[in-house]
Design a protein. Structure first.
Length: 324
């Protein structure tokens, strides 16, 4: 057998994921190999060496073994890299803290889910950020809002509670710091109070804005989607009424249900009306509050932030004619 770096890497990862004879035999059968011809061994690395050696003899079944492992672990970064034919990754040294658990690596995912993201996550995030604005009312109170298409800017009802409160309000785009640490040039658009839709119950307001804003700054689609407990959410916002910021750390979802999403992502007054994004930059909620909040459907209270779930928001916006 040609024991290439690719094969050695596959041997290592399969030994980690399927360290027992029973587990490895299941993958062997899945691949279509004749398991009776395999010399199974209680030592995981030796066991998978024997399996891969036999896979080579049985018509090059190594890729079939890889496909079976991917069906169990579709998000496993090493398996994905092997499937793509990437160069084999160099492993870190064994620091001998303790024996690794089954399925673990010495360089491993910390916690119950991976926080690894493609580098395009940053690029897409910067695109989404362009459509987020500081909303400043005539009385100089402010919140956050974002363009959603069709000449509409979305925020909270408590930011713009009435048509009267919208008169004289403006959307300020690009209110943020530049790479040089200077203030970026701000573009202001008067809001169109005559185009006003709102919901007190679900705490949203859609206000008209000149469609030239979308041509310059883009729009963020609000569409069907969902998040779940322990998922990650990021919020682009104007905390404290200041320059645009993003909350990326400590950003897990703690509760989803009853039209609400509660999360640990940081916000401040002024962040109301911000889009809450999942790891794919889809809007999953409209941020509106925070503090010692009662978890809907229970008598328990927790110190969390909260948004209106897109599942409650979307039907409202469609019924109001804001979205098609």
């Amino acid at each position: 057998m040609n024991w290439s770096p690719w094969m050695a890497s596959l041997n290592d990862v399969l030994a980690d994921l399927y360290p027992t004879i029973e587990a490895s035999n299941r993958i062997v059968r899945c691949s279509g190999m004749r398991s009776a011809l395999v010399s199974f061994n209680a030592v995981a690395l030796n066991n998978w060496f024997n399996i891969l050696d036999q896979a080579d003899k049985q018509g090059g079944r190594s890729n079939a073994l890889l496909d079976c492992a991917l069906s169990d672990y579709p998000d496993h970064q090493i398996l994905i890299a092997l499937k793509r034919g990437e160069p084999a990754a160099v492993k870190g040294p064994d620091l001998n803290w303790m024996a690794p658990e089954a399925g673990a690596h010495f360089e491993k995912i910390i916690g119950t889910q991976s926080t690894l993201l493609p580098i395009t996550f940053l690029e897409i995030g910067m695109q989404r950020a362009r459509a987020v604005a500081r909303l400043v009312r005539a009385d100089q109170n402010s919140g956050t809002a974002f363009l959603i298409g069709g000449g509409w800017l979305l925020t909270n009802n408590h930011v713009l509670p009435s048509q009267e409160s919208a008169y004289g309000a403006v959307g300020e785009f690009n209110y943020q710091d530049s790479l040089e640490g200077l203030s970026a040039p701000v573009k202001r658009y008067p809001l169109q109070a005559e185009r006003f839709k709102t919901s007190i119950e679900n705490d949203w307001t859609a206000i008209g804005i000149d469609e030239s804003a979308e041509k310059e700054w883009g729009a963020i689609r609000v569409e069907a989607g969902q998040t779940s407990v322990n998922a990650f959410v990021s919020i682009i916002q104007h905390p404290g009424g200041g320059p645009k910021q993003i909350a990326l750390f400590h950003n897990t979802v703690a509760y989803v249900g009853n039209g609400k999403v509660q999360y640990l992502t940081d916000t401040l007054p002024g962040s109301s009306g911000s889009p809450v994004f999942d790891e794919n930059w889809k809007v999953v909620a409209l941020h509106h509050s925070g503090g010692m909040l009662r978890e809907p459907g229970s008598k328990r209270s927790f110190f969390r932030n909260e948004g209106i779930d897109v599942s409650a928001l979307l039907p409202d916006l469609k019924a109001a004619g804001v979205l098609d």
